[in-house]
Structures are given as C-alpha cells and as structure tokens.
Design a protein around this ligand. Structure first.
Ligand SMILES: [Zn+2]
Length: 440
C-alpha cells in the first residue's frame, strides 16, 4: 500500500466544504478590494527564485524542490508566489496596460522541503497579494486593511497588525552602516549564519530565528531611527491612514524583511489563537520597490503580503468554522429498469435548471433509498415507477413540510423551484429568513 509523501495531506470530501468556504471568503474580499486573480505555473526556472527570493535565504538555499527536466533545464517548484507573479508581470508587460496600477492576487500550492509540524507542510496552500505601480502610502494602508479584513470576514478575533519601516534605499544604507558598526565587536557571539550574514546581508541578522531575542539584537540600532525625511513621511502617512480606518496596529521596531528589494513598510498580521501556541503570526508582507527592477523589469514599485491557508484553517477550526451545509434539492427514486431512461431524462432536466440532484446507482431497496435521501439532506424526494410512467406523472414529497403530491412529470422542475422560492422559517438565532450564517 502506498502512503502520501511526508509533509503532504489529502483534503477528504468531508472537509472540502470548509476549504471552499475559506477560498470563497478570500475571493469575495478580493473582489471588494478590486484585486484580480493571476495564475502562474507551479514550476519556474530555478534562477528566478535565486534572484527573486534570494540565494542566501533558507527558502532557496535549503528548502526548494529542484529538478533537471529531460532537456537538462533547471526547474524549481515554486516555494512562494511573489517571484512568479513578478516574472509574469514583466514578461506580459502588465505595466503597459491602460490601468497604470495592477492589483493582483494568487492562491495555490507552494513547495518547501521543511521539517513538517502542526500547520506546516511541504506542499502548502498560499494566498498572496501583489500591487504594482504606486508608491502611495494609501496603497500600503489598503493592502494592510485587505489582510485584516479577510481575517475579520472569517471572524478571527484579536487581529493586530505589527508594522515597521526600513526606509528607502538611502535610509537603508545609513542604517546598514550603523548596524555594522554596532555589531562589529559582538558578531562572534551570534550564530554562524549571522556571522556570514554580517558580510552578505546584515539586515537579515535582525530576523535570525536563533538570535532574535538575544540582548545584542534587542539593543541594536533600529531602522526607524535612521529614516530620511521622505521615508519618515511615508511611514507617518501610512499609520495615519491605519488610524483613520481604525485598524488595530502596533509599531514593532524590530520587524524587518532582510532582502535587498524591500523598502519602506514591513508588516505582520497577528491573531490570538490558542491552538497555534506561540506561532500566532498569520500573515507577513511589505513594500518591495526594487523587486520588479531587480528581476529585469522597469523601475516600478510594489507591495504585497502572503499567508498560508493551513495555519489559518487551524485557527478557524478552533472557532468551529464549517463549510456550507451539504444538501440536495432532489433525490429521484427510479423504480424498475423500464423507467430508467425516462428517469435519467427527468434528472437531467432538473440538473440543467440548476437543481442539486442525485439518484441511487446501486439499485437498493425502498428503505435504503429513503435512508440515503435523508443522509444526503434532501429537500424533495420524487418517485418514478411503473404506475407513474403509465399516467405520465411523478410523486413528490417535501421532506421539510411532509407534503406529498402527484404532479405532471414534466412539471417536476417547476414545482421544486416554486416551492424553493417560498420563504423558509426564520432563523432561530438571528430571526432572519434564509440566513446563511446560522441557517444550519
Ligand atoms: Zn543568528
């Protein structure tokens, strides 16, 4: 017997509805924000990730799935979504379209060879957003509010944004010098990776998982204290918009994104989730004004964020998040082989009209058919046997009201639609008709 590969998982039919609901919520909020979906390939040229994510990051140096194809080209399964989206943005010249700003989102599987743990998989689902073409702090604020409002739409509580600024290229250079001077006498007390980073990319020392909480890093100079005027006003404006939108945020001076192309705003969205223990960061993002250029495109600013959907689903499960209730409009019972062709025609007519409908494919007895109809949470059960065929009628029972009638068999679809349009009883919890939220 084969088993799934380590770090992967199946989504079984019993769980699919909550995943669809999660995806639907994300797409709805995306529509509200006027972001359009982009779908890029699962694998790209390995070089793209070396340049777009950074060769010295753990993601690229230790965690990618790389393979040579039969033409000896080096391919990498995408470990994140941004590099592919930027590649596509440049290759398809999306910057040249009439809309000078492109607001994009993606949702799909990513691959990282990591040690699997709760909520972390080697194939994982990621949702991310990339907005290109504006350096306005209004866009920073929009993107942050977008991430927050998705979590709010999912009813996640205690959502808090951590925000910082690392400034523009000039501010980053000034800061880098101050950091190097500060770290010089202390560098041997940091981990070996950090000692390497000291020469390759010192900003990344600040987000070292090993040394993050050490006194040396806690007391290190902060990027926020080295912003030039322009960078300072970008940050001041961004948080002013967050204030105006009543978004709960905290300035976190230690927050950085170590890669060269990041500029200005960096942020994380946190939530208080018991089941995830200490790992309560749900989303990370930032402005990357130099990324498009560094991947060979024009000098166009961008900002984005991403989050993993598995950890989000963990959080939602602790809030008893459920999918839309499973149900059928119609369960058709066809009795006798001679009635099967007619039955299939009736079924097809109802499905063409959009009714959720099914039949018994195992020729079970009547008792088992009724049991199956109940199990499938069916509103209408229709019976079509020899008697019905002879008289051109069909027998229909409304499982909700118990009402049973015999009608012209060509009228089945119309009958069900009419009955479905009648208002149902008010929801017990909110007193509204046809309530989606509490309608179980
Ligand atoms: Zn370190």
């Amino acid at each position: 017997m084969y088993q799934k590969m380590k770090g992967t998982y199946d989504i079984l039919p019993k769980d699919i509805d909550k995943w669809l609901r999660l995806e639907k919520t994300i797409r709805t909020v995306s529509k509200i924000y006027n972001y359009k979906e982009i779908r890029t390939p699962i694998f790209e040229n390995s070089e793209l990730f070396h340049r777009g994510v950074g060769s010295e990051t753990d993601i690229v140096s230790k965690e990618t799935y790389d393979f040579l194809d039969r033409g000896k080209r080096s391919n990498t399964l995408r470990p994140e979504g941004t590099a592919g989206v930027v590649r596509s943005y440049i290759e398809n010249k999306l910057y040249a379209s009439n809309a000078s700003i492109q607001k994009l989102y993606y949702m799909g599987p990513m691959f990282r060879y990591e040690r699997p743990q709760k909520g972390r998989y080697r194939q994982f689902l990621q949702f991310g957003v990339e907005a290109f073409g504006s350096n306005s702090p209004q866009l920073d604020a929009e993107v942050i509010s977008y991430a927050v409002n998705i979590l709010k739409a999912l009813k996640i509580k205690d959502v808090e944004v951590h925000i910082n600024s690392i400034g523009d290229v000039e501010s980053k250079a000034t800061y880098k010098e101050a950091l190097l001077n500060y770290l010089a006498p202390n560098i041997n007390n940091l981990c070996t990776d950090c000692q390497k980073r000291y020469t390759t990319n010192p900003l990344r020392i600040l987000d070292c998982k090993i040394d993050k909480d050490s006194e040396i890093l806690q007391n290190a100079p902060k990027p926020l204290d080295y912003l030039n005027n322009e960078s300072q006003s970008h940050f001041t404006e961004t948080v002013a918009y967050l204030d105006a939108m009543k978004i709960n945020y905290k300035i976190n001076k230690n927050l950085v994104r170590g890669l060269d192309y990041y500029t200005h705003t960096v942020f994380e969205v946190n939530a208080n989730i018991d089941t995830l223990g200490a790992q309560n960061t749900i989303c990370g993002g930032g402005r990357y004004n130099n990324l498009v250029k560094s991947l060979g495109g024009p000098d166009i600013p961008g900002i984005g964020f991403a989050f993993g959907l598995e950890r989000l689903m963990f959080a939602l499960e602790s809030l008893s998040f459920k999918g839309d209730p499973d149900y059928l409009h119609l369960y058709l019972m066809i009795l006798g082989d001679e009635q099967k062709a007619d039955g299939m025609a009736i079924l097809n007519r109802c499905r063409l009209g959009g009714l959720f409908a099914d039949i018994d494919f195992l020729d079970k007895g009547m008792k088992a058919k009724w049991k199956q109809a109940a199990k499938l949470n069916t509103r209408f059960v229709a019976i079509y046997g020899a008697n019905e065929k002879e008289n051109d009628v069909i027998n229909v029972k409304d499982q909700e009201t118990g009402k049973e009638i015999t009608i012209d068999k060509h009228q089945l679809y119309n009958h069900i639609v009419e009955e479905l349009m009648k208002p149902s009883a008010a929801c017990e919890s909110c007193k509204e008709d046809n309530c989606d939220e509490c309608g179980e």
